[in-house]
Design a protein around this ligand. Sequence first.
Ligand code: TXD
Length: 313
Amino acid sequence: MARSKISLIGAGNIGATMAHLCALRALGDVVLYDIVEGMPQGKALDISESGPIDGFDVTVTGTNAMADIAGSDVCIVTSGLARKPGMSRDDLLGINAKIISTVGQGIRDNAPGAFVIVITNPLDAMVTLMKRVTGFPKNRVVGMAGVLDSARYRTFLALELGVSVRSVEALVLGGHGDDMVPVRSSCTVGGVSVERLVKAERLDAIEQRTRQAGGEIVALLKTGSAFYSPAAAAIRMAEAFLYDRKEILPAAAYLEGEYGLRDLYVGVPVRIGAGGVEQVIEVPLNEREKQELVVSASHVTDLVGALDRVLAS
Ligand code: TXD
């Protein structure tokens, strides 16, 4: 049986980290694409040369030719600029919209059957643009943010309680911005509601840190943004697709009435399997969470409006 083909569009911090993860897990043959001459080729060769050490036989190929992504099963897109200190994700809109437009045409023309996972910020606008440019159905274009944001929430709660991250179930919905929605009402630790274990004011602080977690790392790194955890999050989504896991994960999905929202991408729980985004899962929210989701979704609507103005200019 032929190996899967995974094309990583963008060979920067996240793209190269994903390439290494794909190789270590022998997820499939990897194509690492970037516009910088030689860079993807060098990183791909370096990863390949670790094959005898870690025992993987999948191929990792670097290229500057978009045609080399032909026939990909999955395309994961990180092409674009990352934040610098003081920048918001939305500040990247103009330049990254142009890049995603070009990349989307390349995917449409070269990998028309691919499942596309978008990472590039501002995520909610870029995944919207990717769906428009490729013309792919909603089940084959998804944004990666919720798996990362939920992992951050889980990490901070596990640290607070001194328990394994495996014992913390937590979900973050909404846009990938400062108004994302940690869903406290369904958060459990060892099956026990988190509200029975952590004081409300500590939960407020942890949830605020979750919302600001990306900026916290940008401020520390000064030269870019998080990349190990975003890479891990996107590969988790790709695995759910490639292995037909039917795993329920939070992701930016195109809504058509679910959660009372329509015709926009918002972070919600979805079932990911061989059909891509196979189903949007509606989880119960309390009144505060419902309101917060509406506010977060309205920011996505505003962001897409700004995108439309940029594209029209
Ligand atoms: O949760 C999330 N979705 C976010 C997303 C989490 C963290 C980072 N987030 C965003 O991902 C970040 O704000 C950026 O917009 C992307 C990629 O972040 P990364 O850290 O990988 O950025 P790099 O290291 O700058 O890599 C971007 C690469 C770089 O090598 C450029 O040469 C390349 O993108 N690039 C292109 N590749 C292909 N085609 C075009 N046109 C192109 N333009 C730039």
